[in-house]
Design a protein around this ligand. Structure first.
Ligand SMILES: [Zn+2]
Length: 651
């Protein structure tokens, strides 16, 4: 790498002078708009711009943000200026801005996509870029290439509109695969293609190749919500907007009352009544260095190992890829440039990928632990070998959690398996002081503590025993529901038909229960010999899902507990494995109950959402960490596939 590359690419924006920031931005503007080649990801470019804006908000480069060099046929003075928007990089920024503008909590806000293209205005038959906001470039010669999409209209550019010239994602995937730019190569991405085409003096070649661009009217897609719902609706709206077929780099939030918004006026460069939230605050691009496969009790979860990036002050090295189907659908290879997102409390995940120069297959065919050929199960990849050590570790860990030996974690379970030959829960219950002292790190005191913990777990609810068998989709809550109607011994004799009649079980789970109870007959018998089972059936502890509250809430706790009872829950004080729901005043806070619930993958819900929700479900879903998800790759907001600290395998 040359010294120049180092200066232009490996910079620390916060340490650069105004002059150097200017040099860098100009360089990257040239790369982007003139050469159509991007040397740094958008996020890095934004870092430069933010740093420069901080030093000198009036800098011409700040003012001319993303103003592309277009091949124009003259200048156009805008009747109403096209100002650029002030930027926000977090929800807190957005709320801070809104707090200054709104008249009350019910003030309506509009949320619209922030398209990633070229801003343009079409009026009186003239198409013009934003330019500096006052005077734009006349690009009317490009009109034959552009289709207008506005409210209730899609067709030739014949109606006045203010919006963004983009290439729709679907068009880019189809039409643009066959469009050659000068030199014969295809465009790398839709933004480069827009810039490239708008920079052409002569579009006849593009017309011949049937290139198509779209002017999307800013107001065509718009969500209207009151301010007080902004925080809770935020993730859903972002997810829905992102599913639209237009390139975007953020969203725009504006006051719905345009007269009021206008009355607030403008700062030097930005209207006060609008703000743009940039995805770059929650996203970064980074090369995918490797894919590690994290073992779960039923399947393997791919975890991306990326070159470390900083998002919101946290260094991200790993991000979940959810499952194998997701890798296939997104055509992700090692060596690609992936976009990782970290928003709120969700585990960082890979949003998208761009092909890298040296690509290596990310998929595996054989189990990294036992070399058995892996099998697909829905979107997941599973090791079918019952003796696979890593799978057994994870299954035993899950059993230990479900049976309630809380302080026995994975590292010690792993040691017990390696050193003492432990295979099942029964073996753990039979451990002696002498055994435990053989394990690394144990002294008499700690060994005796662990033994006591194991001993106290001998007194156990029958649903914990059933959940400890690791039958797919039978977690503690489902097990409890089943054992309210039948005892374990009755359950073993029930037909699949009878089983599936239990409320909420259905034929699929019934089949799995019947099959596994037979397959694990000996394991269950041995386990039942070691433990003292408390029977659920007939104890009157009805089949109510447990709910727990945490955090400072507007009303007394008793108020919510009564409400919970009305909704069909049993309110409890602590977070246990069989808890169905934790209601939090602040879901993003940390603390005892919240941390514990996150660790145990117990569903956490914000108080306001819970208040809006209906009655409790008769049977909650299995909260087990790697329960197979119904939805597959498309669910970007899904938070399954927790990267585990242990059990990584590299290739
Ligand atoms: Zn295996």
């Amino acid at each position: 790498m040359s010294a120049d590359d180092d200066f232009f690419i490996n910079f620390d924006a916060k340490k650069l002078s105004e002059a150097d920031l200017g040099r860098l931005i100009e360089h990257h503007n040239r790369c982007y708009w003139e050469k159509g080649e991007q040397e740094i990801p958008d996020e890095r470019y934004d870092e430069l711009l933010r740093a420069l804006e901080k030093i000198n908000p009036e800098h011409p480069l700040v003012l001319a943000v993303h103003a592309p060099k277009v091949a124009a046929i003259g200048k156009v003075t805008h009747a109403k200026p096209m100002l650029s928007l002030n930027k926000a990089y977090s929800l807190e920024d957005v709320l801070g801005w809104a707090g200054k503008c709104i008249r009350n909590e019910d003030e309506l806000l509009l949320i619209q996509p922030k398209y990633d293209g070229i801003s343009a205005n079409f009026a009186n038959g003239v198409l013009a870029t934003r330019g500096d906001g006052e005077i734009g470039e006349n690009i009317s010669d490009k009109i034959p290439l552009i289709e207008l999409e506005t409210t209730n209209y899609k067709g030739a550019l014949k109606r006045p509109a203010r919006g963004e010239i983009v290439i729709r994602d679907d068009d880019f995937k189809t039409i643009y695969q066959n469009i050659a730019r000068k030199g014969g190569r295809a465009y790398k991405n839709s933004r480069n293609a827009v810039a490239g085409i708008m920079g052409l003096k002569d579009i006849s070649d593009m017309l011949r190749q049937k290139a198509k661009l779209t002017l999307v009217d800013y107001d065509m897609i718009s969500y209207s919500i009151p301010f007080k719902q902004l925080s809770t609706e935020w993730p859903r709206i972002i997810a829905e907007l992102e599913a639209l077929p237009y390139p975007m780099d953020g969203i725009v939030i504006k006051l719905a009352d345009s007269a009021y918004s206008d009355s607030l006026g403008n700062t030097a460069h930005h209207p006060r009544g609008q703000i743009a939230f940039k995805f770059s605050g929650i996203r970064q691009e980074s090369p995918l260095l490797n894919v590690q496969w994290s073992f779960g009790k039923n399947c393997l979860t791919p975890v991306a190992e990326i070159e470390p990036v900083d998002i919101g002050g946290i260094t991200i090295r790993h991000a979940t890829l959810h499952n194998v189907q997701n890798i296939i659908d997104r055509d992700i290879h090692i060596g690609d440039i992936v976009t990782v997102e970290r928003a709120g409390d969700v585990i960082p995940y890979i949003v998208s990928a761009k092909p890298g120069e040296h690509r290596k297959v990310a998929l595996i065919e054989r189990c990294p632990c036992c070399n058995t050929v892996l099998k697909r199960s829905g979107p997941e990849l599973c090791c079918p070998n019952h003796d696979c050590f890593e799978t057994r570790v994870q299954r035993l860990c899950a059993s230990v959690r479900n049976i309630g030996i809380e302080r026995l974690g994975e590292p010690n379970i792993r040691r017990m398996m390696q050193v003492l030959g432990v295979r099942t829960l029964k073996d753990i219950f039979k451990l002696t002081m002498i055994d435990i002292l053989k394990l690394e790190g144990f002294k008499e005191k700690s060994a005796s503590n662990l033994l006591n913990e194991i001993k106290s777990a001998r007194s156990v609810n029958d649903f914990q025993v059933l959940a400890a068998l690791n039958i797919p989709n039978i977690g503690v809550n489902v097990a409890k529901a089943i054992l309210t109607a039948h005892t374990i011994q009755e359950l073993r004799k029930l037909s699949i038909e009878k089983l599936s009649e239990i409320n909420g079980i259905g034929p699929e789970r019934a089949g799995a229960i019947s099959r596994e109870l037979a397959a694990q007959k000996e394991i269950l018998d041995e386990l039942l010999e070691c433990v003292e089972v408390k029977q659920t059936k007939g104890t009157g502890s009805a089949n109510l899902p447990k709910i727990c509250f945490t955090g400072k809430m507007p009303e007394q706790r008793g108020y919510y507990e009564d409400l919970a009872k009305q909704k069909g829950y049993e309110a409890v004080d602590s977070v246990t494995q069989d808890l169905a729901l934790l209601v939090a005043a602040d879901v993003s806070a940390s603390g005892g109950k919240l941390d514990k619930a996150r660790k145990s993958n117990i569903k956490i819900i914000a108080l306001e959402d819970w208040l809006k929700s209906g009655k409790a479900e008769p049977i909650a879903d299995d909260p087990a960490p790697d329960s197979v998800e119904k939805s597959t790759a498309a669910s970007e907001e899904s938070s399954t596939g927790i990267p585990k600290k242990q059990g990584f395998f590299n290739f």
